[in-house]
Write a protein that binds this ligand. Sequence first.
Ligand code: FAD
Length: 469
Amino acid sequence: MVDVLVIGGGNAALCAALTAREAGATVQLLEAAPRAWRGGNSMHTRNLRCMHDAPQDVLAEAYPEEEFWQDLRKVTGGRTDEALARLVIRASATCRPWMRRHGVHFQPPLSGTLQLARTNAFFLGGGKALVNAYYRSAGALGVDVQYETPVDRLETEGGRFIAAGSGARRFEARACVVASGGFESNRDWLRQAWGQADGEWVADRFLIRGTRYNQGVLLRQLIEAGADAVGDATQAHMVAVDARAPLYDGGICTRIDCVSLGIVVNVHARRFADEGEDFWPKRYALWGRLVAQQPRQAAYSIIDAKAAGRFMPPVFPGAEADTLPALARQLGLDESALVQTVAAYNAACRGGRFDHAVLDDCATADLQPPKSHWARPLDTPPYRGYALAPGVTFTYLGLKVDARASVHFAGRPSPNLFAAGEIMAGNVLGQGYTAGVGMSIGTAFGRIAGAMAARAATQPVREVADARA
Ligand SMILES: Cc1cc2nc3c(=O)[nH]c(=O)nc-3n(C[C@H](O)[C@H](O)[C@H](O)COP(=O)(O)OP(=O)(O)OC[C@H]3O[C@@H](n4cnc5c(N)ncnc54)[C@H](O)[C@@H]3O)c2cc1C
């Protein structure tokens, strides 16, 4: 029997497996995906958010704990566990040397990623390189990795982990870390959560930005087995993506990042939200949800030539035209409605000094909804438009954990079952998002869960006593 069984094959699982192995435990990792698709959503990532009190290698200036915490408090509207959030923030200050030891390299921030040079450390080669480095290190340390092993059941007894099963195979271990992601890839569960509007399932138009393997099988089973849950099934990191993106694994290149440089309209060519409310890294993860709340879960991002070169270009070219009616025709929008909406918006722009790097004074006046920053008339052809769909990144409904990453059953921590990553991110993210915090949560809790699982496996009697104390 191994000491620690890790279920999942993304960042959180790998951080747990490496830490448990470094602590001297024998470790087996079960990944649902085949080797070529290993790494879950983590393979699509680019950076993690890091606290720091002074400039450090790839990070400019300072990003102190209090500022990170206030950013998180603001985006979550207070729906966060402060103690666990601060634990993540502090861990983000010290994790990079450990990541480097396991082969992760960092690079200066890419252009077109506004304001992230100060707050986020970028992985050289992206999340795919990070995941590959961790698998290499895990192999070198003797972690036993099993691919194509989707765990379909967990055996627990009074909150104690006994074994996991995948088809006919059964895996016993002294302790277990579940790091099997959220339920974002499970379209039936998304349907149930979002319900119907105008006689149609709202979630049927959602696209999944990452892996198809995060089906939430263990999340559901554990909740049914009495594990405490946090969060709400409709809360998720949701981005507005190009409506032509594939159903799974479109990754970052289908994201439409020009929202704050223009306007966004719905199928009736009407604006419905403040496109310039705050910096894009603090708002981009809400736009998928805003689009999901519109008729037919569709919207259109409209810019003019002034926006060119100011945002990360998406993989598919947008519709382009020299006049607004021609653009409306290409996008299937009512021509006069779009012309009217743009005319009203243009008339409401109050000038100011445009600066996309600060919260500038280019705002609208007497317009509903307002555009609070970066509001410049759309008057310079060619005009461009992108059809948008809601893109689900990851869901927030998760398992309640404590600072030791223990899964709770009716308020009591399990002595040997721990959770890390998306499956527990809802403890910190009740709603909203700030760029890079997903990997900060997974790295912090992956390492905690790995250390605690190793300890529970090698000192089981004391751990049970501690847990019951
Ligand atoms: C396109 C995209 C870009 C992103 N960019 C960033 C970014 O730059 N910075 C950031 O912080 N966050 C980013 N995120 C979010 C980030 O990916 C997640 O917060 C983080 O990767 C979660 O790590 P995880 O290990 O919990 O989940 P995952 O990496 O998704 O791993 C879950 C793993 O569990 C496996 N699994 C699922 N069910 C089972 C089962 N039953 N049995 C066995 N294995 C199972 C899956 O195959 C997968 O390997 C991005 C997400 C996407 C989709």
